[in-house]
Design a protein around this ligand. Structure first.
Ligand SMILES: Nc1nc2c(c(=O)[nH]1)N[C@H]1C(S)=C(S)[C@@H](COP(=O)(O)O)O[C@H]1N2
Ligand SMILES: [Mo]
Length: 313
């Protein structure tokens, strides 16, 4: 069988596949792979093959140079698909991002289940170009498309004693082969304090580079918290629950000495095994200085006034 390389699949923009066809094609590819007819080799979608989204420019975007689409979609952390940077783009074609339900419940007056496409219609989509800083020491600049998490939380009306938000990723070892192993406790979970969750920088992303979110980046909907290490930005979210207690988080559960609940980007607080003072922007050679709160201090420092950031790392 002749297998086309991903580059042969790129289409001029006007010929971009409508979403329904595109999803069918992806499902078809997944079925072929499952049947052993195609190797599970790199399936990173060329940008133009992904359905376009309607959006307007949003606030807080950096003017720094954007990391190329190719790097954003082939250099990933998504342990549900393996622990190597290339695993998610090679293997996440088995994820089925439609239909998809997100449950928002817990300490809210109006708990609701949403179909993800309902969310896409309910909130105006914005482009937010944010820096992402991984705890491992690399960073990117990503043009996300999404809407503020605050808009969704306001809709369900948090109760007076809601103080935290707990997020859960999909748990389905059939779609997520990495969950057949015990690298982390599945499902992946994350949490924010309610004021962090309501902060206008905090985004629910449904796309990047103006296109629907590629599977490897957390389709169909993922959190983006740009002032925290990348692992707080949980992918493929199925549940958002408001609570009165600090929720568990996957990386804190797996290694509490190395990963705290807050995980604010901080050049002065070293990871126990390496410094966080510098970072390498993907595509650059010389390392840059890491900035407090990933450069978003002006917007978010107030959230942590009076807190000892060495203790609450
Ligand atoms: N469900 C889930 N979400 C996740 C992860 C993961 O393994 N599983 N990895 C995190 C880490 S460590 C990082 S750096 C970012 C990477 O996002 P990106 O691949 O879109 O750049 O996703 C975060 N969200
Ligand atoms: Mo990360």
């Amino acid at each position: 069988m002749l297998i086309r390389k991903p580059s042969d699949l790129s289409l001029p923009e006007r010929e971009a596949t409508p979403e329904a066809l595109y999803l069918n094609r992806r499902e078809w590819l997944a079925a072929m792979v499952a049947a052993g007819l195609l190797p599970a080799c790199a399936k990173a979608e060329p940008e133009a093959a992904l359905a376009a989204l309607d959006y307007t420019p949003g606030p807080f975007s950096t003017r720094e140079e954007r990391t190329p689409f190719k790097a954003i979609t082939t250099y990933n952390n998504f342990y549900e698909f393996g622990t190597d940077k290339g695993d998610p783009s090679a293997r996440a074609h088995t994820l089925r991002p439609r239909p998809w339900t997100v449950v928002v419940d817990g300490k809210v007056h109006k708990p609701r289940r949403f179909d993800v496409d309902q969310l896409l219609k309910a909130f105006p989509l914005e482009e937010r170009v944010y820096r992402l800083r991984c705890v491992e020491g690399w960073s990117m600049v990503i043009p996300w498309v999404g809407f503020p998490l605050a808009a969704l939380l306001k809709l369900v009306e948090p109760e007076a004693d809601a103080r935290y938000v707990a997020f859960t990723s999909l748990h389905d070892p059939k779609q997520m082969p990495g969950q057949r192993g015990a690298v982390l406790d599945w499902p992946y979970v994350e949490g924010l304090r309610l004021d962090e969750a309501l902060h206008p920088l905090t985004l629910l992303a449904v796309g990047l580079y103006g296109r629907v979110l590629p599977n490897q980046n957390g389709a169909p909907i993922r959190l983006v918290v740009p002032w925290k290490y990348g692992f707080k930005s949980i992918k493929s979210v199925v549940s958002i629950r408001l609570t009165d207690r600090q929720p568990p988080t996957s990386w804190n559960l797996s290694n509490p000495r190395e990963y705290g609940f807050y995980s604010n980007v901080n050049p002065e607080v070293s990871h126990p095994r390496w410094s966080q003072a510098k970072e390498r922007r993907i595509g650059e050679f010389r390392r840059r200085d890491t900035l407090l709160f990933n450069g978003y201090a002006e917007q978010v420092a107030g959230l942590y006034k009076g807190m000892d950031l060495r203790r609450f790392y």
